[in-house]
Design a protein around this ligand. Sequence first.
Ligand code: ZN
Length: 190
Amino acid sequence: MKNIERLPGVGEKTAMRFALQILKWPEAKARELADSVAELHRKIRLCSSCFAFSEEDPCRICVDPKREHDVICVVEDPGDMLAIEKSGAFRGLYHVLHGVISPMDGVGPEQLKISELVSRIARDGIKEVIIATSSTAAGEATAAYLCDILKGTGTWVTRIACGIPMGMDIKYADTMTLKRALSARERIKT
Ligand code: ZN
């Protein structure tokens, strides 16, 4: 129970619900779950190029010839990468930082995969770096730091636009969101 509670977003009640469900299963099915959890560490590694979790190194995205190999989208964690991948809107490569700069939590640039990003840009002749960190304070600080450090590389650095979420009424959007939405406005093609 305590082990299940360690997972993000799982409280005492959910852990109890999971445990009760597992108890209803035949023992073989429960063992299968335990084995697959144990296998995660053995099978999954980090791609040495983009630092995504993968069974192969380099990962299947990094070796896909159909993707644009000179555009990199920089994300905080593998979950963000999966979300962008699911959208189908991006056909370049990724770079996973594994966190954001947050001095309060003792996380500086050297704890993240930033120096690896800089050397990758030079090595692979990257033309554009899209910074897709969250629009939280730490995400913005990380984006600003990356912008600064990538200035001299000759790469085109862009930031994903932040605006009003789909289906949201403008009057409920906060001031920062409205500011960003207005400054990142797009011309409607007529
Ligand atoms: Zn990769």
